[in-house]
Ligand binder design. Structure first.
Ligand SMILES: Cc1cc2nc3c(=O)[nH]c(=O)nc-3n(C[C@H](O)[C@H](O)[C@H](O)COP(=O)(O)O)c2cc1C
Length: 393
């Protein structure tokens, strides 16, 4: 377990926490911010953890190891205790300007943040917003206790007792261990969101896809133990914890990235809404408003799903069909043409499901099987049903 100590008055309590972990039989490595070292010395933590402490002085070793990546890769859990308002602000925005924040940004393991600060800092709208961001990213954040603060008055913001922090972390770990890990060892490739095709340097054609379905699939697969690569078009969604995200813009870029990963995958899900056409010759400069009409010549983009259907070997291939009419008829044709093992069909003409909505209603189409309707539910639940279906093949 990696323990990250940041520069708050409660930093000394992190020493008790590390001691409790060691007593409990854990392997512990400690990293400290520069400010934390002004509250408590690395020597204390080195002695307690029986390992050298990482600080900003450890940014590089003299050998080839990059320490913040080494620590991130080594950790099975990362605990930030105490977590200052400053570090919470940084990690909730992906900043990495010192050893601690760089290692945390590189860590794919479960993260636990134990804040401690003055009540006024805790109640600040920015801090409240940063907590919400962390939680949305799948980071566990413990509520601080109320009680006598270092400033000499009662309020919220105290670091909870070490025994309570230990119980909270153990509870969270036990909870995630007991969740189904039936996809452990599976390599899953997912595409998500829209692609955009440039008209000129400032304009483009695209569609309404937000990426919600693909991101829900990536999160579900990662939580079921799979190693997930997500190739994503532009989106405002946060990267699911533990998922390797590759960002692209055009369909051609998506095709190129899919080709890179396809051969090594067990399950490939094409959930992105790609542009079927692109502008034949995007203008090099912004098109000026001259004539009353403007013609754009579109040419067909590569059909990524069809190409994968032709070259697949052991991979299980899943496609999506977003239709506005004749759903089953169009989707069945797509399933046959693209040689997919499962086609997930949805009616995007309905305002209550589909693009941008948190919910969806889909029909599973499989060669040799009757269509199966999955009633309207959260995209996350639909994602679980898709993996339940794939794992039953
Ligand atoms: C005496 C003192 C006590 C502090 N206690 C806290 C604290 O409990 N929580 C907090 O978020 N910031 C606290 N701060 C402010 C942080 O030390 C400051 O934001 C610093 O930049 C944090 O650095 P770090 O986040 O890189 O460790 C305190 C500052 C001082 C001078």
């Amino acid at each position: 377990m990696a323990v990250y100590i940041t520069g708050g008055i409660a930093a000394y309590k992190a020493a008790y926490f590390v001691r409790a972990l060691i007593k409990d039989g854990a392997q512990v490595r400690v990293a400290m911010t520069r400010t934390a070292t002004e509250f408590i010395t690395p020597t204390t933590l080195q002695t307690l953890s029986r390992h050298r402490v990482y600080t900003d002085k450890t940014l590089v070793y003299d050998d080839e190891i990059v320490p913040h990546i080494e620590l991130a890769d080594w950790s099975d859990a990362a605990v930030v205790i105490p977590a200052t308002a400053n570090v919470i602000a940084k990690i909730s925005h992906g900043l990495a300007d010192d050893f601690v924040t760089s290692a945390l940004l590189a860590s794919a393991c479960p993260k636990f943040v134990v804040p401690a600060m003055n009540e006024k800092m805790l109640k600040n709208a920015a801090t409240v917003r940063n907590f919400a961001c962390l939680r949305a990213d799948g980071v566990n954040v413990l509520e601080p206790d109320a009680g006598f603060l270092a400033e000499g008055y009662e309020g919220r913001g105290r670091l909870p007792a070490v025994t309570d922090v230990m119980k909270w972390i153990q509870g969270k770990i036990a909870q995630s261990d007991s969740s189904v890990k039936d996809m452990k060892g599976k390599r899953v490739l997912i595409t998500a969101g829209k692609t955009v095709e440039p008209i000129d340097p400032v304009r483009y054609i695209t569609n309404h896809s937000t990426g919600r379905m693909g991101y829900a699939l990536a999160q579900a697969a990662a939580e079921r133990g799979a190693k997930v690569t997500l190739i994503s078009g532009p989106t405002t969604l946060a990267c699911p914890a533990g998922v390797h995200v590759v960002s692209i813009k055009t369909t051609a870029e998506m095709a190129q990235e899919v080709d890179k990963y396809f051969a090594k995958m067990d399950i490939v899900i094409m959930a992105a809404a790609v542009s079927d056409y692109r502008i034949e010759k995007p203008a090099a400069q912004k098109i000026k408003k001259k004539s009353s009409t403007l013609e754009l010549k579109l040419v067909k983009n590569i059909d990524i799903l069809k190409r994968l259907g032709q070259k697949k070997k052991e991979q299980v291939l899943i496609g999506f069909a977003a239709e506005t009419q004749n759903l089953l008829e169009n989707a069945t044709r797509k399933m046959q043409e693209k040689r997919v093992d499962l086609l997930v069909a949805n009616d995007v003409s309905r305002a209550d499901i589909g693009f941008g909505s948190k919910q969806n209603e889909v029909t599973f189409l499989r060669p040799g099987h009757e269509p199966l309707l999955v009633k309207k539910s959260d995209k996350r639940q639909i994602a679980e049903k898709i993996f339940d279906c794939i794992m039953s093949f």
